[in-house]
Unconditional design. Structure first.
Length: 290
């Protein structure tokens, strides 16, 4: 699910103005209807004599995902609730890596619940983001300041009816223009390595409140960089004014720390929307020219 950020940039000693910016920041797995799950069907045909009805075709069970497998997904496939079958060798170009997989908790008080139910989908939506930090290494802030994001998949309703009970967590890197960036061969522990942390770091093509702002990996041409995170209190969304005001002093300090001239510098701050807060983003980001 794509989110919209509010952002501002300011210069010291002169103050700037707040403005809105819409950016592809978070990619989360989507839930919802899997579409038409009816297989081919037709009337039973019984010839005179002993011929039996033609059995209805059945769906082929899909194997459980393999952790460490690589995939060449498009953006549309990445935001779908179910994934295409197949993988590619990790030595070949690929845009996602499966970093975790497991069994769905789809039995409630002895009854099987649907794979596309809120209960099942919420289980995966909690599990996959939690597992990503352990796979990538580094600190929570390293992940928040990177372009790497989790996505997740479950079987289709038809595959579930045939016994599929798995979920799959993949990591991707999405940049401006809804484009998935080819990943390195091995991302395990990447954010704990200086070179890889820089490769996947979050930068921008302009100030975060500029109309020309696009979020890009720092390995691509850029003029601004996300430099630090502003943690906000847990709980209900405190309102736009509160989350906006909470980042002013921390981001000004962060901008001063990286500035060549601590008496005259520019800094920026993004704060989460109510929708992003509900999805788990209870923090803002500080930006500075790079």
């Amino acid at each position: 699910m794509l989110g919209a950020h509010r952002a501002l940039s300011r210069k010291r000693p002169a103050a700037g103005l707040a403005a809105a910016v819409v950016a592809a920041v978070l990619l989360a797995g989507c839930t919802g209807d899997t579409g038409d799950t009816d297989g081919p069907s037709g009337p039973d045909r019984t010839a005179t004599g002993s011929a039996a009805p033609t059995p209805a075709p059945t769906a082929r069970a899909v194997p459980a995902p393999k952790v460490g497998s690589c995939h060449r997904l498009t953006y549309a496939q990445a935001v779908a609730p179910t994934a295409p079958e197949g993988s590619v060798p990790c030595a070949q170009p690929h845009t996602s890596i499966t970093y975790a997989a497991g069994a769905l908790d789809d039995v409630v008080r002895g009854h099987l619940v649907a794979v596309d139910s809120a209960r099942v989908q919420e289980q995966v939506a909690r599990t996959c983001p939690r597992e990503l930090q352990g796979f990538l290494g580094g600190t929570p802030d390293d992940l928040r300041l990177s372009m790497l994001r989790p996505i997740w998949f479950t079987p289709t309703v038809e595959q579930s009816d045939e016994g599929a009970r798995w979920y799959r967590c993949d990591v991707i890197e999405v940049t401006a223009g809804k484009r998935l960036v080819p990943l390195g061969r091995d991302l395990r522990g990447a954010l704990g390595r200086t070179d890889d942390r820089e490769r996947y770091a979050m930068c921008g093509t302009a100030a975060p409140d500029a109309a020309s702002f696009r979020r890009v990996p720092c390995a691509e041409p850029h003029t601004w960089r996300a430099i630090s995170v502003v943690d906000l209190p847990d709980g209900a969304y405190p309102g736009t004014d509160a989350v906006r005001d909470a980042g002013q002093a921390p981001c000004e300090d962060a901008g001063r720390d990286v500035a060549a001239d601590p008496l005259s510098f520019t800094w920026g701050y993004e704060w989460p929307t109510r929708e992003q807060w509900a999805a788990g983003q209870t923090y803002g980001r500080c930006w500075a020219p790079d």
